[in-house]
Ligand binder design. Structure first.
Ligand code: SF4
Length: 398
């Protein structure tokens, strides 16, 4: 069917959570969706003072798309929660792009604010659809289809991040690898027509052994002909060496804003590196909002940012069991993350917990991959030491 034109979606910020929804919505209205490529090592990032790297990347991607699309889609995200708000930079994002890129282009910048009916998700998308010349009926159908597509995508999320290369996480043409370990249950999507204004519901994380991903255990010995693993994990039939115990992969939770976690231009593919080191990855997508709220209900101070609530709540939830360690991926110059990491460490100490299983990685455009590998390897050693029940020595003051 003939396309009406092209919608440019910058590969930045909430692209890393809602892209499947956005793509399906626009395509259902017969618009072609174009997405900017990653910047990579040689690409240039547009700089402006006092901004975090994710915002610079938004501007960079928008500038790249301006010649390729009829409209850019940069929603004015105020709140994705019935009570709490997003970082204020999100609401300024369309204006920052307008000011920063030289080319003039139409920007679809509808306000999305879950706290008000007027700016609910569905209303915002109906308005966007109307601007693109679609009827109300077409918009409603496209919205419902997009909600279903996002729910299906999220269902396979843990499989995708563990079994696909990072570059393919959001490539919808790449199918989610079939899992032999069960699936996450379907989630309802914010504002979908079937369940208006419900928040995403995710399988309760019950601290029972998490589904194992069926990739080869990274610590297993490679076997020669005639050798096999005995039931207790020792190698039978090997006479030239002391048998070594087979270990299950380290289970590591990655927490942070989704763009910090999944944009390799921010994090130098920290998740890919972790997988190379044999870690099995989990994210806060496993938890429902209710579970997150339970974890932070007794904090002395309210966290106003919904993303901050998700990060801190899932951190405590993960550290209460089920994982070997947690990696908090942050952006340098992010005021919210700077506060959150300090807050997390203090609260952990107050609760009598250890921060040995928490690694905070802060990224900016100068962060190198080599140093990152070293830190991840050291963290892996800490987790292995803890797993074997040995004490971990931390420097004074940590
Ligand atoms: S939350 Fe932090 S990293 Fe995200 S846009 Fe705001 S300042 Fe930047």
């Amino acid at each position: 069917m003939e396309k009406k034109g092209r919608i440019g979606i910058p590969r930045a910020l909430m692209f890393y959570r809602y892209f499947p929804f956005w793509k399906v919505f626009f395509e259902a209205l017969r618009w072609e969706v174009v997405v900017s490529d990653g910047v990579g090592r040689k690409g240039k990032i547009i700089y402006f003072e006092d901004s975090c790297l994710p915002m610079k990347l938004l501007v960079t991607h928008a500038g790249r798309l301006a010649d390729e699309a009829d409209h850019l889609f940069i929603p004015r995200l105020v709140s994705l929660h019935s009570k709490f708000i997003l970082c204020p930079k999100f609401r300024a994002a369309p204006d920052i792009v307008r000011l920063a890129i030289e080319k003039k282009i139409s920007i679809l910048d509808e306000t999305i604010d879950f706290r008000t009916r007027e700016h609910s998700l569905q209303k915002a998308f109906l308005k966007i659809g109307e601007k693109l010349g679609a009827s109300q009926k077409e918009c409603r159908e496209a919205f419902a289809e997009a909600g279903q597509a996002l729910a299906a995508f999220q269902e396979g999320w843990i499989d995708r991040i563990n079994r696909l290369p990072t570059r393919d996480f959001f490539d919808l043409d790449v199918p989610t690898p079939a899992s032999s370990v069960g699936r996450l249950p379907r989630k309802s999507v914010h504002g979908s027509t079937s369940s208006p204004r419900t928040d995403i519901e995710i399988l309760p994380f019950d601290n029972s052994p998490i589904r194992r991903q069926p990739f080869a255990p990274p610590f297993a010995l490679s076997l020669s002909k005639g050798e096999r693993f005995a039931q207790d994990g020792l190698v039978e039939g090997r006479t030239d060496m002391v048998p070594e115990r087979k270990e299950t992969p380290l289970r590591v939770a990655f927490i942070g804003h989704p763009y910090n976690l999944f944009d390799t231009d921010v994090n130098k593919d920290v998740i890919g590196l972790a997988k190379q080191l044999g870690m099995e990855i989990l994210t806060s997508d496993l938890f429902s909002e209710k579970m997150i709220e339970q974890e932070i209900s007794d904090l002395s101070k309210e966290i106003y940012w919904s993303s901050g609530r998700e990060i801190i709540g899932s951190l405590f939830r993960f550290l209460s069991g089920g994982v070997d360690g947690v990696v908090f991926v942050t952006s340098f110059k992010c005021g919210i993350d700077a506060l959150l990491q300090e807050f997390a460490k203090r609260t952990l100490r107050l609760r009598g917990g250890s921060i040995a299983r928490l690694l905070v990685l802060s990224f900016d455009e100068h962060t190198g991959r080599e140093g990152l590998t070293t830190r991840l390897e050291a963290f892996k050693d800490v987790m292995m030491t803890q797993r074997r029940g040995r004490p971990v020595c931390l420097p004074n003051g940590v």
